[in-house]
Design a protein around this ligand. Sequence first.
Ligand code: BEZ
Length: 218
Amino acid sequence: MGLSINDTAPDFQADTTQGRIGFHEWIGDSWAVLFSHPKDFTPVCTTELGQVARLAPEFERRGVKVIGLSVDGTDSHRRWAGDIEETQGARPGYPIIGDTDLHVSKLYGMLPASEQGDAGSRCALDNLTVRSVFVISPDKTIKLIIAYPNVTGRNFTELLRAIDSLQLTARHRVVTPAGWHQGDDVMIHNSVSDEAARVIFGGWKSVKPYIRIVPQPR
Ligand code: BEZ
């Protein structure tokens, strides 16, 4: 069974480049991003781990802990981190899970539970579906899932934009329109009646009765 938005993120114990962790305990009261990779020393993934390393201050500013995963061991991840620093200009300061036995990849529905083998017997092409991003809220609920093909590098600036929306809509009864960025107008959540909306927001611009536009709450 795959995971869906609003499911509880499965907990697990794993070795990482920064020691053994219990996932829920590691998340603590923060938001978290888990992003996964089929194999170490692959070109697209190298650029992605580098982009996330360069964006570390942006994740930190939002109270988001980042963790990578790749279907190889942590010794290999540490050697890969050297290449990432050399080629991408930043070394991952976040932990990277060593998923040699595929346990986390299977637990998160990125590989079928029946899949055989381990990191040593599998190549990158065997693990192509291990290229997902999960955003998890402090209550350990999955809030966003993205799966990308191996040929297309992920855009982690877009992920930050989505996290801004998730964090805003967790605090206020609003939703964000397509392409929204911090400071743009938002819309009142459909579950809020006009009567309640008048109390909460005072008023709104209405294009249609179901599209009620208000400035972004602070
Ligand atoms: C890559 O990151 O470029 C890659 C990942 C999996 C298979 C092949 C390439």
